[in-house]
Design a protein. Structure first.
Length: 119
């Protein structure tokens, strides 16, 4: 797969290579989606595939509704989730160095934060 960018690493050139396993890519994707959707990582499922030499991400997770409007946005839910999908793809590219060719987000439910009581 093609890297999104290569940063020069200081030090002597040492033969070999570094590979991220499919399991590691899954975990990075799940953690990224959990952070973006503001839900526990244990509730996120991801699968990784190939999209013509780029990563193909498929994410299924609930979303926390308070996270969607936290910046006072008045966008419809579908538009806000589209922004989350794009953010997940972008962040996975940044973290892994692999280009993302496709990202599908399936929302499996909505979570509401517990009400905070003022004393």
């Amino acid at each position: 797969m093609t890297g999104a960018g290569s940063a020069a690493v200081p030090g002597p050139l040492v033969p070999g290579r570094t590979v991220l396993s499919a399991k590691a890519l899954n975990r990075v994707t799940e953690a990224t989606a959990a952070a973006e959707l503001r839900v526990p990582a244990r509730e996120v499922r991801a699968s990784i595939g190939d999209a013509q030499g780029r990563l193909s991400l498929s994410v299924a997770a609930p979303t926390a509704l308070e996270a969607l409007g936290q910046r006072g946005e008045r966008l419809p839910l579908a538009e806000r989730l589209e922004g989350s999908r794009r953010s997940i793809a972008s962040r996975v590219e940044q973290l892994t160095g692999h280009l993302v060719g496709r990202c599908e987000l399936t929302v499996t439910g909505a979570q509401f934060p517990p009400e905070r009581r003022v004393r």
